[in-house]
Design a protein around this ligand. Structure first.
Ligand SMILES: Cc1ncc(C[n+]2csc(CCOP(=O)(O)OP(=O)(O)O)c2C)c(N)n1
Ligand SMILES: [Mg+2]
Length: 371
């Protein structure tokens, strides 16, 4: 008897094709700044569009200045942001003041636009505790250094918002590397199960320090990981400010309407090194790849769009640049003048009640610092 050819139970090819079909990259502006998806155009006034551009230009300047201040030894920890402006600034632009932001270490710009005074961002970079003392009316946590931990915290913050019956959301950011962490899955799963008003953003800048995203996961997209948590997921062109804005705005609407969280993957690129601590990108990525991504630049693309609409020009651009430079100069001066951090400041900031085993040290330092 001839052996029967067994039909596979899982049609793997078909399953993967279906997923690929569902997770196409969402785009509104192409690389030339032309609208390719009129139906998805967000409802933004000319003034709002200009404000979004102004913030992206400002943030690019802040990045350039922060890098040079770091090289002069005037800043401490710094993770460059150039290339990621659409992903960071346009996603934040879709929020409201009452929303709660849980950033990663690269997401200081979102904190600044959420109300963190610039001099405090500089103090944070220097490891000064005052950099983490946010204004009372600013709903945010400090930048998370533990990869992925903010995803679990966001599920909790969002559940809190829901239990209080507030009409706001908790938004968090991690990277492509972060999407491999246990905390990532726990966070999206929990928020999904409790329909918590959360927005989970993965800024896929293609590298986790030197590890390329291809080595990070067998999944074709990070967005599709939403399926396992039973929540909506979308992959967005992260160099397209309008697409990022529209995706986050829609996710926010769903969240405040009680429809639960969304996972948003933004495809982006960091032009600079991972941090200023000394990694050399030429050792792990090709120049051609960098050139390819620079052609997709979020500022160039959005500028072209605004210029074609007749609402942006060199004068507007220069105004934004000058404003940024002036603010940075003032803020770094204020950071320099701020009282130096004392050991007892650090201890007081860490503990509400000093643990008994630190009491003696605390007294020694109080004595030393009084001289
Ligand atoms: C739990 C944990 N593991 C490792 C590190 C060290 N680390 C710092 S940044 C980083 C890479 C993260 O890459 P990605 O999530 O893609 O974010 P990106 O820096 O690209 O924005 C790693 C492994 C850490 N901070 N926390
Ligand atoms: Mg990354």
């Amino acid at each position: 008897m001839a052996a029967k050819t067994k039909k596979a139970i899982v049609d793997v090819k078909k399953q993967f094709e279906k997923i690929a079909e569902q997770f196409q990259t969402f785009q509104i502006l192409n690389e030339e700044g032309e609208v390719v998806n009129e139906a998805a155009m967000p409802d933004l006034t000319d003034d709002q569009l200009k404000e979004l551009m102004r913030r992206m230009v400002y943030t690019r300047i802040l990045d350039q200045r922060s890098i040079s201040l770091n090289r002069q030894g005037r800043l401490g920890f710094y993770a460059p942001t150039a290339g990621q402006e659409a992903s960071q600034i346009a996603s934040h632009f879709a929020l409201e003041k009452e929303d709660f932001v849980l950033p990663g270490y690269r997401d200081v710009p979102q904190l600044i636009w959420h109300g963190l005074p610039l001099y405090q961002a500089f103090l944070f970079s220097r490891g000064h505790f005052h950099g983490n003392q946010f204004p009372e009316d600013m709903n945010a946590l400090s930048p998370q250094i533990i990869i992925g931990a903010q995803y679990v915290q966001t599920a909790g913050v969002a559940l809190g918002i829901k239990k209080r019956g507030e009409k706001s959301v908790a938004i968090t950011y991690t990277g492509d590397g972060g999407a491999s962490q246990g905390d990532f899955y726990e966070g999206i799963n929990f928020a999904g199960a409790f329909k918590a008003p959360a927005i989970f953003i993965v800024q896929n800048n293609r590298f986790a320090i030197s590890t390329p995203v291809e080595k990070q996961s067998a999944a074709r997209t990070i967005a599709q990981k939403a399926v396992a948590a039973g929540i909506p997921g979308i992959q967005v062109d992260g160099m397209d400010a309008l697409a990022v804005y529209a995706a986050v705005r829609e996710a926010r609407e769903r969240a405040v309407n009680g429809e639960g969280p969304t996972l948003i993957e933004t495809l982006t690129f960091r032009y600079g090194p991972h941090t200023m601590a000394g990694d050399d990108p030429t050792r792990y990525r090709a120049k051609e790849e960098e050139n390819e991504w620079e052609k997709k630049d979020p500022l160039v693309r959005f500028r072209k769009f605004l210029e074609a609409k007749g609402i942006w020009n060199e004068e507007e651009e220069n105004k934004a640049i000058e404003q940024a430079k002036e603010d940075i100069k003032e803020a770094i001066k204020k950071a320099d003048e701020y009282p130096k951090q004392k050991v007892t400041d650090l201890m007081n900031n860490m503990y509400e009640t000093m643990p008994y085993n630190l009491q003696e040290q605390y007294e020694i330092y109080t004595e030393k610092e009084s001289k």
